[in-house]
Design a protein around this ligand. Structure first.
Ligand code: G1P
Length: 259
């Protein structure tokens, strides 16, 4: 199963990126020559999306909209349908995805977190689609202990064969003592529209927020989730250190002579 629509949750004030994000929304912080979220939109398009729904907060809404939709569309994105949905309250990632329900309707969709940018040549959406076997699918990476409290972690339901597996549960940021495995969710997903039914009924979870990981857990425990284990991590542009790394890695791919 694949998808032609992508949801990109890009809300959040970027508190880990102050003072850069006092005025500029997190999604529009520049990496080399374009805002972070543009890399993610471009990745979705390479993965086969012809429609992109970005979920942003109230402050960022009109700026993100202007960046993508003002006269003279961005090269490579001329034919893409782009829509911006505003998440009025910061109630969590699961809630942000749910805000896109009306625009997505009954279609399967890719979901790409805007904080994470793939490395050049490291696209994962085609492999995620291939792994899904008609179900929802999540992109994973093996984590060391220190990251088990920073990522959602899945419960494997089978061995990993050709980088793919059955997923039978998921826990948001369990920490090393409670982690069911070392396989962490790295912010790339393919969902059937059933996720919206689950999200609509989901109570707040970790940190008092509506967690996307909890919705994945519900799908997974009814045998409707697959996993794809990626080789590399993504570039995290949500922190100053990660932004420097992303700028370096993506800058080197544009300017190979940089030392
Ligand atoms: C979110 C998700 C988490 C996932 C992570 C990937 O957490 O809730 O499950 O592992 O993105 O980056 P956040 O980074 O927003 O705290």
């Amino acid at each position: 199963m694949t998808a032609t629509v992508a949801v990109i949750p890009a809300a959040g004030r970027g508190t880990r990126m102050r003072p850069a994000t006092r005025i500029v929304p997190k999604a529009l912080v520049t990496v080399v020559d374009r805002p972070a979220v543009q890399y993610v939109v471009e990745e979705a398009v390479r993965g086969g999306a012809d429609e992109v729904i970005m979920v942003v907060d109230l402050d960022a809404g009109h700026l993100v909209q202007q960046h993508f939709l003002m006269e003279g569309r961005l090269p490579g994105l001329e034919d893409i349908k782009i829509r911006v949905v505003v998440q009025e309250e910061p109630l969590g990632l699961g809630h942000a995805v749910w805000e896109a329900a009306e625009a997505v309707r009954d279609r399967s969709f890719f979901c790409l977190l805007a904080d994470n940018i793939v490395r050049p040549g490291g696209d994962v959406l085609p492999a995620l689609a291939a792994a899904s076997q008609g179900n929802s699918a999540v992109c994973l990476r093996r984590l060391t202990d220190e990251f088990l409290s920073k990522y959602g972690v899945v419960v494997p339901g089978s061995d990993v064969v050709d980088r793919t597996l059955d997923v039978i549960g998921a826990v948001e940021k369990p920490g090393p003592e409670h982690a069911p495995s070392d396989l962490g969710l790295i912010g790339r997903y393919l969902f059937t529209p059933e996720i919206f039914e689950v999200l609509a009924k989901l109570p707040p979870g970790h940190g008092g927020e509506i967690q996307l990981t909890d919705a994945i857990d519900r799908l997974a425990s009814s045998g409707k989730c697959r996993g794809y284990v990626a080789e590399e991590d993504l570039l995290d542009v949500g922190t100053p250190r990660g932004l420097v790394e992303a700028t370096w890695v993506l800058g080197r791919s544009q300017f190979p002579d940089l030392e």
